[in-house]
Design a protein. Structure first.
Length: 160
């Protein structure tokens, strides 16, 4: 009888071992399933973040184009106004003598500046300024420092 109970204990140990192996396999399967789901969720989030980034980049590009177009329109409008003012100065200003020369010079300068603004727009002005700073960096820095100093003097109140 002792022999029979030992065999039964061995069978129950084998059954428990088999059952434990089954649970281990199920746990491994569940872990793989969770891992796959997490990977899918991560890919989904990455795709959605990429789409959101593209959307924001497109909208920012559209806003930049809109602002650039509006600035070019404003520069063109200002240029036309300057050309009109130049014509008015020529027509109503003195024609002869020293004042006539000054009137003509002012009108010509306004006319040239107006045409430049109308033709180039703000983007052309920015390009020209960029080229000037690249070609002459030291004078550009000195001009910037001088303008900064003048603005600081104008914006601070004098306390005497």
């Amino acid at each position: 009888m002792a022999n029979t109970s030992t065999k039964q204990n061995q069978r129950s140990d084998f059954g428990a071992e088999s059952q434990g192996s089954n649970l281990t396999e199920q746990a491994k399967g569940a872990a793989e399933n969770v891992k796959d789901k997490a990977k899918q969720a991560g890919e989904y989030v990455r795709d959605k973040a990429g789409q959101a980034g593209e959307y924001v980049r497109d909208k920012a590009g559209q806003a930049g184009e809109f602002i650039r177009d509006r600035a070019d329109q404003a520069a063109s409008s200002t240029g036309k106004g300057m050309e009109t003012l130049a014509g008015t100065i020529r027509d109503r200003g003195p024609q002869a003598g020293m004042l006539g020369k000054a009137t003509s010079t002012v009108a010509d300068t306004l006319d040239r500046t107006g045409k430049y603004l109308e033709d180039q727009g703000m983007s052309g002005i920015v390009d020209d300024l960029t080229t000037m700073v690249r070609n002459h960096p030291l004078p550009a820095i000195l001009i910037g420092i001088g303008l900064g100093f003048m603005l600081a003097r104008l914006t601070t109140s004098s306390r005497s």
